[in-house]
Design a binder for this molecule. Structure first.
Ligand SMILES: CC(C)(COP(=O)(O)OP(=O)(O)OC[C@H]1O[C@@H](n2cnc3c(N)ncnc32)[C@H](O)[C@@H]1OP(=O)(O)O)[C@@H](O)C(=O)NCCC(=O)NCCS
Length: 195
């Protein structure tokens, strides 16, 4: 029985292509994760700020398993994960992902972290804008969501700089180490809405 309306994107829209490398600017790029990145991932997840806001830690074995899952998610069309790397020496400074992809609904949700030593140079905001534009313009998703704790001021700034408008606040929405946090909901459409 046909769906009314039809799906925004059909199955195969993601996994019929290889995960692309995305240019952020002349300093940074986004590339798929490799098993060899496990040390940098495990090291990043020992950072208290990443544990607080991303709400997990990863040891070396868990990092390797996570990288395998991130790459599997592309094949299963439920998520897409990139390493944020410097173009000059290839070093990985961050993680950015569509942690949710719903092709049928045309929906994605973005999340990110940057290693403590590389913060503050604008890479997170530029990478977020790059990924959101790719998700809308190249993949064809309609709506990209971004949720962060109202206490995570840096993430709020990243969202705003990347073109994600603040839509509202979900009350007591996500459990963190220190209790339930209200969460800001930002969205990116990449165009004026025709409603
Ligand atoms: C959020 C995070 C990715 C930002 O990385 P970053 O490299 O500092 O990001 P950018 O350099 O692109 O931009 C950061 C912006 O936040 C601002 N900022 C940083 N700390 C801030 C704070 N405590 N209060 C207000 N603004 C802050 C910076 O000034 C900058 O804005 P500006 O360019 O207008 O000055 C990084 O802090 C991080 O990885 N945190 C831990 C994981 C995390 O919180 N992920 C998001 C979960 S929703």
């Amino acid at each position: 029985m046909p769906r009314i309306p039809p799906p925004v994107l059909v199955a195969g829209s993601l996994n019929s292509r290889d995960q692309p490398e995305l240019t952020v600017d002349d300093q940074f790029l986004l590339r798929p994760w490799m098993s060899a990145d496990k040390e940098v991932v495990a090291s990043a997840y020992s950072d208290p700020a990443i544990q607080l806001w991303i709400r997990r830690s990863l040891d070396l074995r868990e990092a390797e398993d996570s990288i395998a899952k991130w790459n599997r998610d592309w094949q299963e069309e439920v998520g897409a994960y990139w390493a944020l790397a410097r173009r000059d020496d290839g070093s990985v400074i961050g993680w950015i992902a569509l942690v949710v992809i719903d092709l049928e609904a045309g929906l994605g949700e973005v999340a990110y972290w940057v290693s403590a030593s590389a913060r503050g140079c604008g890479a997170a905001s530029l990478a977020t804008a790059t990924l959101a534009s790719w998700a809308v313009d190249e993949l064809g998703l309609h709506r990209i969501e971004l949720h962060h704790s109202v206490h995570n001021f840096a993430s709020c700034r990243v969202a705003t700089k990347a073109g994600f408008e603040l839509e509202g606040t979900h009350r007591s929405a996500l459990l963190h180490q220190d209790g339930w946090h209200d969460m800001h909901a930002h969205t990116f459409f990449g165009k004026e809405l025709d409603v």
